[in-house]
Ligand binder design. Sequence first.
Ligand code: THU
Length: 136
Amino acid sequence: MSSETAKAKLISAAGEAREKAHVPFSKFKVGAALETSSGEIITGCNIENASYGLTLCAERVAIFKAISEGKRDFAAIAVVVDTDELTPPCGACRQIIWEFCGDIPITMANLKGRVETIRMSELLPRAFDAGFLTST
Ligand code: THU
């Protein structure tokens, strides 16, 4: 992520995406925004289903949208939730972020202006990845 301005733009995009969340069951709206290395932003929101296990998190929606559009190089991701304590990505999303984005910065923000950025390697230490599949 190049600057504080870029970070603010990413948070704002995640906040807008959050408004589109389809959350009739949890009412817990999440927005995510993924920045490519060329500065493009791809957003996602969580999308729930009456068959609860089919729910998709905002982070994975953003990543899968980006991958399906041929984007592969990612610089940062922001996640916006309206919680006092900042909400980090769930375990499944951490694995997917690691797979496609590697050790990028994750910015967590809420609607009250609280912001914190940490790296993926702090959120998912000793991660499993494709490297292990060839090590035997
Ligand atoms: N959720 C996300 O979108 N991202 C996360 O990393 C945590 C959880 C969504 C899934 C579900 O729609 C709602 O939050 C409650 O779990």
